[in-house]
Ligand binder design. Sequence first.
Ligand code: CP
Length: 343
Amino acid sequence: RRDLISIDDLSLAEIRGLFHHADRFAKDLRQWSGVLPGRIAASLFYEPSTRTRLSFESAMLRLGGGVITAADMKTSSAQKGESLADTVRVVSGAYSDIMVLRHPSEGAARLATHFSEVPVINAGDGSHEHPTQTLCDLYTLWVERGRLDGLEVALAGDLRHSRTIHSFIYALARFGANIVCVPHHGLELPDYVVKRLRESYGAEPVRADASRLGALAEASDAVYITPQKPHQLSLFTDSAALPVKHVDAVYMTRMQTERHLEAKDESAYMRLGPQALQADSLRDAVVMHPLPRRDEISADMDSDPRGVYFKQASRGVPVRMAILAWLLGELELAGEPAPPPSV
Ligand code: CP
């Protein structure tokens, strides 16, 4: 049995394989009801969700399967004090063939795999990871940019608490992207993420000269993360900051106030709109966001063809159709499985 808990549970070949199938599904979402007839997905969401829960449920229904859901765990026996382990034991097996779990605690989805009889999909565990969001994000990059290898991607906003950023940055590093981190002040990447970037992927953070990012970088100490390839090693002996020249995609995130221990002033949070994209290196960038957003992307970005965040959300359905069909044994993916996860 395979589970999907970390983006590192998938090899790069498997990710490409999922995109091949997502592409097939996306051509006409309504013709696949013969893929998973009689199968049942359980969606257990201990935190709010619109996109992840509904796109998984839609994906399962479009594949001809069924869904049981505790859409709001406030209506489940978790409210009576039932442990996650007991809930998973009961819901997997006779009740369902696959489980989609969102939980506020880091590591909850991995824990669930020890008690589940069926594949477990991590739909977000605290600030830790959100691997299926990353598959939607990578798929969007692939569709919009025609490739994944060697892209230049700027990640902006609350990089500390955003699980979508954490899964995404691990995948980008493995695909050999140059990553420009543009965190809001005080919301830089956590040390454990930087350590994993260094130790697992050989990616090295250095100071970035973000002057060509214009207003986007005003409230930030930008950091450049480059895959540590031999021909680039000389750059790291130079104390000068690396210049950001051209960005293929800007990935903006919401301030994750629900995970902040102290209240932060959101009025000073970075904003992105067509005006900010006039900066030299951003003119050609697509703008992505996992959503939901508050004010960090202005409404006038919605009608700009560079804003692809609603397409990103709708692509969640074919991508999650591919994930469900694969984990339930109805799709073959090319390539070797990923090595065991490092954490
Ligand atoms: N992007 C994302 O995870 O959205 P939801 O919280 O609405 O599922």
